[in-house]
Design a protein around this ligand. Structure first.
Ligand code: HEC
Length: 151
């Protein structure tokens, strides 16, 4: 009986996750599909923040390659969960768990020893690409170019 119950919970979780992905994939066509495209209603807070995050990642990569100190911690990203998106449907439970991973990875980068920073930077990029592969794949190419091995 207990076993069946566990099985049921797992099944329900799978269905929920699958539905959520379907939903967000449909939304993905609306915004964030074309890199650098200006949204018809003007740029949302979230889109502007994403551009700052991209700039910060570029600066981090440069600093790591040159063996320099990290750029200042981008404190504006701590408010990522309240930044207004172009499409309000982007703010679903999946989005919030994704932002938590991003912020945790970013904080781990800033807390890490110098020799571990490149590895932590790659982990930050993993959180960018895992959210984008679900929410909107448009910027994935750009995120790929932020990798340390891509010069
Ligand atoms: C939790 C999900 C999530 C994470 C993590 C995330 N993004 Fe995004 N990103 C989005 C959403 C949603 C949009 C669409 C924003 C809008 O249009 O309002 C977006 C938009 C963008 C855009 C397009 C901005 C524009 O000009 O319209 C770029 C580029 C981008 N993200 C890069 C990144 C990079 C680089 C990272 C990691 C440093 C990252 N994203 C992390 C969800 C995420």
């Amino acid at each position: 009986m207990k076993r069946n119950f566990h099985f049921l919970i797992i099944l329900i979780s799978i269905v929920l996750v699958a539905q959520c992905n379907l939903h967000t994939n449909k939304q993905a066509e609306a915004v964030c599909t074309k890199e650098g495209q200006v949204n018809p209603n003007g740029d949302s807070e979230l889109a502007l923040l994403m551009r700052q995050m991209t700039k910060h990642a570029e600066a981090t990569k440069k600093a790591l390659q040159a063996g320099e100190e990290l750029p200042a911690y981008p404190s504006e990203v701590d408010a990522i969960d309240t930044a207004e998106p172009t499409n309000p449907d982007k703010h679903n439970p999946g989005f919030y768990s994704g932002t938590k991973f991003y912020l945790a990875a970013l904080k781990a980068l800033y807390a890490s020893r110098k020799e571990d920073r490149a590895k932590h930077y790659e982990m930050v990029l993993n959180t960018c690409s895992s959210c984008h592969s679900v929410v909107c794949p448009g910027p994935l190419k750009k995120i790929g170019r932020l990798r340390m091995q891509d010069n």
